[in-house]
Design a protein around this ligand. Structure first.
Ligand code: ATP
Ligand code: MN
Length: 464
């Protein structure tokens, strides 16, 4: 314990009849017949601690300043609560006021603020009910992810955030430079920017994925995972895309696509289960107030065996449906969100793993199938969200990998170390990438990805 008294979470589980101290922020205040009722929150759990201040206990002068948003310490006695839904409340003996919050200008007064408004006050929104729940779930989810992999003996590897190679081409990259933008050095002949005097002596970027480096570590530690920030300078203003987001990327050696799919299913079930247990009140809140399908879909994922279907089978199903698609379905083009949701929500009514995509729409490192047309890729589709995980078995054969690089117009020299892994002790291996915030959307039922990360970065917006 870092300060005396205990958290609201701890106090709510105490037996009545003892003195205690609570520190927190006043969420609401109600006055009735000279008695004041304060709801105190310290973020430790969904519930507030009700503090009852009886007449004459605290000078009225001081009581006037204890309004919504102010910060207090209350010393008092825990007593049995007559209110429904809570065991104990606190009968105040004295209150120390740390900081006031002017009721006229404190922006978090009323209930029912829009998400857009709350985004503009990202420095205060963590104190609201919704964002309290969001960030407790986010914390529990991050912990569950580490717990899962650590329990299974995976090594956590920190892949670089600054990178000088656009190895994957997974998305548009943010450039990083210390060159003087007003006075860029130019190569004499070509007039191109001369990066030799830049910090890394070549163009550098923020990473879009840690996968290729994770593969290096899988070729030494067998089972590894990354969990870190990734950046994409895609100018897509959607409720599903951020410029800065967190990605989980396991990589497993001596493993094929089947092992990869089993891992993905086991992983999703474990972390969802963990969060449902640890954040029961928060998830119940989301189900009640944000999206009434949250609990049923989460239970559905935890309890059902994921469906498996090849891309080709999926395209057949989609072509036979009488849906009016915004994007036409054709073998060879990527599945769009509407197709993915139809498969998982209408056809199979549970999570679906689609495998063996056409090689033209997937990355060069995915293992080629013998049909010469498809690769050992897998996407996990979940109801309400569509794609939540993208993964593949990796091409471990040197000659095939070189052919694939050439087919996609990529320079072998840029991938020298990646090719070396196939020269020296290559093994079948596989992995996947999961967007942390996409999983957050799933767990919370929140509609916009900007509302499940503390400080969203999107085109035109990097406040706080
Ligand atoms: P999408 O088609 O949704 O843009 P993608 O095909 O670009 O996804 P990958 O390159 O496979 O995605 O990235 C792995 C995972 O990272 C995705 O499955 C998704 O969960 C997540 N992800 C990708 N781009 C973003 C983004 N801009 N913001 C948040 N999460 C993202
Ligand atoms: Mn994308």
């Amino acid at each position: 314990m870092i300060r005396p008294g205990g958290t609201v979470r701890e106090l709510l589980n105490q037996i009545p009849g003892q003195n205690a101290t609570v520190h927190g922020w006043v969420k609401t205040r109600r006055d009735s017949k000279g008695i004041h009722f304060l709801h105190i929150s310290d973020g430790s759990c969904f519930s507030d601690l009700q503090v009852v201040v009886e007449e004459g206990i605290v000078p009225e002068e001081q009581m006037r300043s204890i309004t919504t948003g102010s910060s207090v310490r209350v010393d008092g006695e825990l007593v049995e609560s007559p209110a429904a839904g809570q065991k104990v409340e606190m009968k105040a003996h004295s209150i120390h006021l740390y900081g006031t919050a002017d009721p006229v200008s404190y922006p978090l007064q009323k209930k029912g603020h829009t998400m857009e408004f709350l985004r503009e006050i990202a420095h205060l929104r963590p104190r609201s009910n919704t964002f309290g729940s969001v960030f407790r779930v986010r914390n529990a989810l991050a912990h569950a992810i580490h717990t899962f992999f650590q329990n299974e003996g995976f090594l956590y590897v920190h892949t670089p955030i600054l990178t000088a190679s656009d190895c994957e081409g997974a998305g548009a990259m943010f450039g990083v430079t210390t060159l003087d933008l007003m006075n860029l050095p130019r190569e004499k002949q070509s007039g191109k920017i001369d990066y030799s005097s830049d910090f890394f002596a070549k163009p550098a970027f923020l990473t879009v994925s840690g996968q290729l480096e994770a593969e290096i570590f899988a070729m030494a530690f067998t089972n590894v995972y990354t969990f870190g920030p990734t950046f994409r300078a895609e100018n897509s203003n959607t409720p599903r895309h951020l410029a800065e987001f967190w990605m989980i990327e396991p990589e497993i050696a001596f493993a094929d696509l089947k092992d990869d799919m089993e891992l993905a299913e086991r992983f999703l079930k474990f972390v969802i289960n963990e969060v449902m247990n640890r954040c029961e009140d928060d998830i119940a809140f989301f189900d009640k107030r944000i999206d009434n399908t949250v609990l049923s879909t989460l239970n559905n994922v935890v309890s059902s065996d994921f469906e498996h279907v090849t891309y080709t089978e999926a395209v057949n199903i989609l072509e036979k449906s009488d849906k009016d698609w915004e994007f036409p379905v054709k073998w060879g083009s990527d599945l769009q969100s509407e197709h993915e949701r139809y498969l998982t929500e209408d056809v199979f009514k549970k999570p679906v793993i689609v495998t063996d995509y056409p090689k033209e729409i997937k990355a060069f490192y995915m293992r080629a199938n013998d049909d010469g047309k498809t690769v050992r890729a897998m996407d996990v589709l979940a109801p309400r969200i569509g794609e939540i995980i993208g993964g593949s078995q990796r091409e471990e054969r040197l000659d095939v990998l070189k052919t694939r690089l050439a087919e996609q117009g990529l320079e072998e020299s840029a991938y020298w170390w990646y090719l070396d892994l196939r020269r020296f002790g290559t093994v079948p291996h596989a992995g996947f990438g999961l967007g942390f915030e996409r999983l957050m959307l799933y767990l919370t039922g929140m509609k916009n990805i900007r509302d499940v990360i503390p400080f969203p970065r999107t085109p035109g917006s990097a406040d706080f």
